[in-house]
Design a protein around this ligand. Structure first.
Ligand code: 8YV
Length: 318
């Protein structure tokens, strides 16, 4: 019997044909593997490819006594109960490299779209009556010369800083670790405490993982500290922000707007957000480009190959 690799959700097949012939790779025919398909294969499964947005339940893990590897298709792995699988001796990996640039690109896009009212004006123009033009109408805010506060200065935070620098922005950041002097000077970035970041930033961008420490990191208290002209950008994880507090903060004009790619209960987006002119929304598409999806597949399949031939270096998160 061949050892099985279960790809739980539809992803490009790139790279999987290079896996040793001793493996059988099971891809879903539809969007995802059904419960029945999972149960049929789990006994002989040595690796599972998991996808964000779909919790990999411990019940599935328990049905796979030979499972050695969970290769997550994505950088964030809060869809997996890491302490539980670690106790079972299962290795978990992620795919940080290919997601860095497209996620930073979307964060930059949301910053421009909210501050220059691209979303709002685009919507208005299509309505009967459209937009009234005039020199002192449709005024928005320029990013050049403004301060961007980046919370989480890992690879994605740094890729965003590089873009913001090109837009003429000043960069402050908050991060668990201090960056090297060389990295700080590359982005002309200054480490500040959370309070200073919230008070001084014109744009606050979340680029940190979701952990027990970052859950609801941005809530009512944070919005009180932010400038009333500030914009919040979230391309990280929805629960880093207290969504109800965000809605109230925008309604009460504590901040000026938001650009969001992630939500507290995905794929649900609250009606209040959908109706706000000061908000630009995308449905968790930070990495949703064809090139990125293919690169993620190539990396995930390479990780599986290297794990089983004993040459894997890096990518292990537990
Ligand atoms: C998703 C992401 O994994 O990398 C991450 O952490 O959130 C995304 O890239 C991807 O969209 C698949 O669901």
């Amino acid at each position: 019997m061949k050892k099985k690799i279960l790809v739980t959700y539809k992803i490009p097949p790139c790279g999987f044909d290079e896996l040793d012939k001793s493996f059988e790779v099971i891809f879903p025919e539809e969007e995802s593997l059904s419960k029945e398909e999972l149960s049929m294969h789990l006994k002989d499964t040595v690796a599972i490819v998991s996808v964000f947005g779909h919790k990999l339940s411990n019940d599935i893990i328990d049905q796979a006594p030979n499972l050695k590897l969970i290769a997550n298709f994505g950088v964030g792995y809060d869809n997996i109960d890491i302490p539980y699988v670690t106790k079972k001796g299962i290795t978990v990996t992620n795919t940080p490299d290919p997601v860095t640039e497209p996620t930073a690109e979307l964060a930059m896009g949301l910053m421009v779209a909210v501050s220059r009212q691209i979303g709002y004006l685009n919507n208005q123009l299509r309505k009967p009556g459209g937009v009234v033009t005039g020199v002192m109408k449709n005024l928005s805010t320029t990013l050049s010369g403004k301060t961007l506060g980046i919370i989480g200065m890992g690879a994605i935070g740094q890729a965003l800083a590089r873009r913001a620098l090109a837009f003429g922005m000043k960069i402050v950041y908050h991060n668990r670790k201090q960056l090297s002097a060389e990295t700080e000077s590359k982005y002309m970035a200054t480490k500040v405490n959370m309070e200073t970041l919230l008070r001084e930033s014109d744009i606050v961008s979340l680029n940190c993982p979701l952990t027990p420490e970052t859950k609801h990191l941005i809530g009512a208290e944070a919005f009180e500290k932010m400038k009333d002209s500030a914009i919040l950008i979230n391309t990280a994880r929805g629960p880093v922000v207290n969504q109800n507090a965000l809605i109230k903060a925008i309604q009460n004009k504590l901040i000026a707007g938001a650009g969001l790619d992630v939500y507290e209960n995905e794929p649900h987006i609250p009606q209040e957000l959908l109706e706000m002119d000061q908000v630009v929304l995308t449905p968790h598409t930070g990495t949703a480009t064809l090139e990125t999806r293919e690169a993620m597949s190539r990396l995930v399949s390479k990780i599986i190959r290297n794990f089983f031939d004993g040459t894997l270096t890096g990518y292990i998160v537990n």
